[in-house]
Design a protein around this ligand. Structure first.
Ligand SMILES: C[S@@+](CC[C@H](N)C(=O)[O-])C[C@H]1O[C@@H](n2cnc3c(N)ncnc32)[C@H](O)[C@@H]1O
Length: 349
């Protein structure tokens, strides 16, 4: 079967939807809460779904951007579908589908290819991209990696080829599958730093606008090093050791203590971050008890560990606790670099 249309069909559209591994059921629940009925097929267990939604393509993106789901990381429209019994023929049909998109001519376009492990396309996704690009010369577009005007998304499933053309913002993330990649720096203290880098990018936070930060559960110091790099004064609290490379920094005060045993001046900080990797209930109580030290208008970034099997209920409970402490939730999101956790972005009123 071949389905080809330019922007979806009437009040029904289909998307390949991606979440962090193991969290697709919750992404699906978010879709169900937003759109009512969702018809879905699993493409990669726990991670990638093909979802049919009772709304037009443009409307799906607008509503998802408004609602900013926590677990749904990325969507890509399915306007082309072809089974791959004859792989060469399906690829030719895909090329014809893409060439038909005249708006791509002269535009900055990114081609994002993904595949399942058991895909009919045996080589890697990069080689699929290469093979397609070679056949798309006459499109006359400028192939780019970032800051594209259009995304051509191709998904090579086990025995099916899917594709769609969209604007990057319609996909919730302009990274292929929402997989945000940062280069590991030399001497980087922890991978945890990527979480704050991703929060900066995803939530559009300008960290250089803050002056004084409190980092709770700071060791070994990935987040602290990020905040120091952004020019902030940092008070780091952790009973564990901080990386020795940070300790000489004149802008760092390190309190080698449990966060329950520290006191600060009221409104001393304009930023509070916490990546304690602890029971979410205890974490939210402990952070709430320190929120007097965050100025009104100040920002908080907190990771919430998802310990048990009902993350949606758990997140609601944690959010309720923070809302009772004068925190307004800006975003609640499972970032690509979050594993069994989500990140909350809040502002104190
Ligand atoms: C995931 S690590 C933090 C990593 C850090 N964000 C980084 O970028 O390197 C969690 C830290 O929380 C600390 N922690 C756990 N409970 C704490 C508490 N009650 N008070 C302060 N720190 C605590 C642990 O000692 C551990 O170093």
């Amino acid at each position: 079967m071949s389905t080809q249309s330019s922007w979806g069909e009437g009040d029904f559209s289909r998307f390949i939807c991606t979440a962090n591994h193991g969290f697709a059921p919750y992404a699906q629940e978010e879709l169900r809460r937003t759109f009512g009925a969702v018809k879905s097929t699993v493409l990669v267990p726990g991670e990638i779904l093909l979802a049919g939604l009772p709304a037009a393509e443009e409307e799906v993106s607008v509503r998802l951007l408004q609602e900013s789901p926590t677990f749904l990381r990325h969507i890509q429209p399915v306007q082309f579908q072809e089974n791959t019994e004859d792989a060469a023929q399906s690829l030719d049909k895909l090329v014809a589908f893409i060439l038909n998109h005249k708006e791509l001519s002269g535009a900055k376009v990114v081609l994002q290819t993904r595949k399942t492990e058991a895909s009919f396309w045996r080589e890697n996704a990069a080689s699929l991209k290469q093979a397609l690009t070679e056949k798309l010369d006459e499109l006359g577009c400028e192939w780019v990696i970032r800051d594209a005007e259009y995304v051509v998304s191709v998904f090579a499933a086990d025995d099916m080829l899917y594709a769609g053309v969209s604007r990057p913002e319609q996909n919730l993330s302009d990274w292929s599958g929402g997989a945000v990649r940062f280069q590991k720096e030399e001497g980087q203290i922890s991978r945890a730093k990527f979480k704050l880098l991703e929060a900066e990018q995803t939530f559009g936070i300008d960290f250089t606008s803050f002056h004084k930060a409190l980092d709770i559960g700071a060791a070994p110091g990935g987040w602290t090093s990020f905040l120091l790099e952004r020019g902030l004064e940092v008070t780091a609290v952790d009973p564990a050791k901080m990386d020795a490379s940070l300790l000489a920094s004149p802008k760092l005060t390190f309190l080698k203590k449990n966060a329950g045993d520290v006191r600060f001046r009221e409104g001393e900080f304009d930023l509070l971050v916490c990546d304690m990797s602890w029971s979410p209930k205890l974490m939210s109580r402990l952070v709430s008890d320190l929120l007097y030290s965050l100025q009104s208008g100040g920002t908080a970034i907190v990771t919430v560990k998802l310990l048990h099997k009902k993350p949606l209920a758990l997140i609601k409970e944690v959010i309720d606790t923070f809302e009772r402490s004068r925190m307004q939730i800006q975003r609640s999101k499972q970032l690509f670099h979050n594993r069994e956790e989500i990140t909350l972005y809040m502002i104190k009123y």
